[in-house]
Design a protein around this ligand. Structure first.
Ligand code: HEM
Ligand code: HEM
Length: 167
């Protein structure tokens, strides 16, 4: 069945590529332009969470407290609840990654304002946010691979093709 529409897949892989480039590439003008492009894609994806296709919408995967508790319990019982869209932990991670990318763009912008010339803290915040995003991406990729193996549903392929097995 179709789960991830083209817009979700396009924004995911474009944002992922930009984040990896900006983490490990040179901090030149391309870095700055790409950083803003990533932030723009995240904003567009958030809008898509209200108007997009069924499984892309926040209403399909917003990680409420009770969904999180149920999901964590099911993990503890070694029988993870099946979710067609993001599971609650995956949803939480998506929100965290989006927040970090927007905060990186904001701190990158502040860093270059004349008003903060000679100040170190915007740079320090930007560098710490970059470390946070690096750690989160590692956890995110490990979780996607691990859950794919555990639940025998290839989540990474689903993010490429858009399709998942019908439950
Ligand atoms: C490097 C930076 C990356 C970032 C910032 C990132 C961020 C995200 C975000 C925000 C989502 C939610 C997508 C949405 O609802 O639109 C997501 C989903 C997903 N990402 Fe990534 N991602 C990254 C890299 C990767 C990589 C390298 C892989 C492959 C190993 C991957 C695999 C996935 C999968 C499988 C999902 C869907 C999970 C599910 O089925 O619930 N991501 N990612
Ligand atoms: C996806 C978003 C972004 C990521 C992942 C990212 C990541 C990074 C990283 C890892 C560094 C090196 C930090 C260090 O160790 O000093 C850096 C530096 C820098 N970033 Fe970004 N960045 C992003 C967006 C932006 C944006 C939007 C701007 C500005 C418009 C920007 C401007 C800069 C500048 C000027 C530096 C050099 C700072 C210095 O001189 O120490 N970045 N960024």
């Amino acid at each position: 069945m179709k789960v991830w529409d083209g817009f979700v897949r396009l924004t995911h892989w474009a944002v992922a590529g930009i984040v990896l480039w900006n983490l490990f590439g040179p901090t030149d003008s391309t870095h700055r332009v790409l950083g803003y492009v990533a932030a723009g894609l995240v904003v567009a994806r958030i809008v898509w969470g209200f108007v997009g296709s069924r499984h892309a919408r926040f209403s399909a995967w917003w990680p409420t407290r009770s969904h999180l508790v149920d999901y964590l319990r099911s993990l503890a019982r070694a029988r993870p609840i099946h979710h067609v869209s993001h599971n609650p932990l995956g949803g939480l991670m998506a929100l965290l990654l989006w927040f970090l990318i927007l905060a990186l763009a904001l701190s990158g912008w502040i860093m270059r304002l004349d008003a903060f010339w000679g100040e170190d803290w915007p740079q320090e915040i930007h560098a710490w946010l970059a470390i946070a995003v690096e750690v989160c991406v590692c956890v995110h990729v490990a979780a996607a691979v691990l859950m794919s193996v555990w639940t025998r549903e290839n989540l990474v392929r689903a993010m490429v093709t858009g399709n998942k097995k019908a439950p």
